[in-house]
Ligand binder design. Structure first.
Ligand SMILES: Nc1ncnc2c1ncn2[C@@H]1O[C@H](COP(=O)(O)OP(=O)(O)OP(=O)(O)O)[C@@H](O)[C@H]1O
Ligand SMILES: [Mg+2]
Length: 365
């Protein structure tokens, strides 16, 4: 590759576009999206439930929920969506509003710092509006308590005054539907979780489903791609539509700069090698986690936080991003004593597990 070509590919890969303290900065397989990417994602997002690929169970259940709400002419129950980043939580929130023909009011846990911020949002909702709270596990406690009442009784109590003289003035709000999204459902307090009438857990996608998504996105982006290229991308996207769409764009860049613009199987393989995505779609972080677990800790068991320190990442990133994928591929198991590498994990690094090791054959969570 010439220098100019290399520079062009690096520029297109958008290195450094993400925030400075983003540990994923510039990584092609980060499941998190940066600002520029969100714009492109908007264009690729399916707008209706019928265009949403995969997650058959959640889709079916949502379909029933929405149809029956429309039939009754009442807003549906509140919806909680959980699952790893990039699997379609925001997309589904938008679809819910579209299917109901209702406006969407998006906000997020970190954006609501005080109960007053939430009161301002709640009191200006229109009837039937869909309130989307992203990262709902990061909502401040007082706001959370205000939300309980709003979800249940469509009412907020505005506290006036301080100390013993303080009084609560009840304020009715329009019936609305809350859609909450979280990558960490386990962190939601039970009273909040219980107030959602419907919970959808999104799982990593199957390669066939990702193939459909890649083909659809290629059509929208005007990328010429052969079946072999689709399969290769679908297999190596960590079960994540966001990564599939991103790798598609990077491989397209490669095809435009290095070839005639057509994405073939061979070209996809070469390009993904350049971007350090391996055969199964493991990226640098996945490999680092597996490598530390096996080479530093003899395959485990080791605690999550120790493992995170060993790879220089936040425990949350390791838990939310790397682990679900490694578990799905049967390379890592979460046991009551800590994280353990499985036989497949050892073998993926080209190592043979010591015979003395009692490796988990099945995954127990
Ligand atoms: N089922 C799907 N079919 C087609 N495209 C999808 C699907 N799910 C997600 N996508 C694509 O992946 C991108 C990321 O999805 P989305 O933003 O909804 O993920 P998310 O779960 O909200 O992630 P985060 O946790 O980071 O907020 C979207 O732009 C969309 O184009
Ligand atoms: Mg989102």
């Amino acid at each position: 590759m010439t220098r100019a070509e290399e520079a062009e590919l690096t520029r297109r890969a958008g290195g450094g576009a993400a925030g400075r303290d983003d540990p994923w900065d510039g990584r092609v397989v980060s499941p998190l999206a940066d600002g520029e990417e969100r714009v492109i994602e908007g264009a690729l997002r399916p707008k209706r439930l019928d265009d949403f690929v995969g997650q058959p169970r959640v889709r079916e259940q949502l379909n029933l929920l929405l149809r029956s709400a429309l039939r009754r002419g009442r807003p549906p129950d509140h919806v909680l969506l959980s699952g790893p980043p990039g699997l379609g939580k925001t997309t589904i929130a938008m679809i819910i509003a579209a299917e109901l023909g209702a406006p969407l009011r998006p906000t997020s846990g970190p954006a609501i710092e005080r109960a007053g911020d939430l009161a301002a949002v709640l009191s200006t909702l229109q009837e039937g509006e869909v309130l989307f709270i992203d990262e709902i596990h990061r909502l401040a406690r007082p706001a959370e308590e205000m939300l309980y009442l709003a979800m249940e009784d469509f009412r907020v109590d505005i506290i006036v005054g301080k100390g013993p003289g303080a009084t609560a003035i009840p304020l009715d709000i329009a019936p609305f539907t809350l859609v909450g999204a979280t990558t960490r459902a386990g962190l939601l307090p039970a009273p909040l979780r219980d107030r959602f009438g419907f919970t959808g857990h999104l799982d990593l996608y199957q390669p066939e489903e990702l193939g459909v998504i890649v083909r659809r996105s290629a059509g929208l982006l005007g990328v010429k791609i052969e079946d072999g290229g689709v399969d290769e991308l679908a297999r190596r996207s960590r079960g994540t539509p966001r990564i599939a769409n991103r790798l598609l764009r990077r491989v397209r860049d490669y095809a435009e700069v290095r070839a005639d613009g057509v994405v073939t199987k061979e070209l996809t393989r070469t390009a993904l090698e350049l971007y350090e995505v391996d055969e199964l779609g493991l990226d640098r972080l996945d490999r680092a986690v597996l490598d530390a677990l096996i080479r530093r800790f003899g395959g485990g068991p080791v605690g999550l936080s120790t493992l995170a320190v060993a790879v220089g990442e936040e425990a949350e990133t390791v838990e939310v991003v790397a682990e679900p994928f490694l578990v799905r591929h049967g390379m890592l198991a979460r046991t009551p004593r800590g994280r353990v590498a499985t036989r497949a994990g050892w073998e993926h690094l080209g190592l043979t597990p010591p015979a003395s090791l009692d490796l988990p054959g099945t995954l127990f969570d």
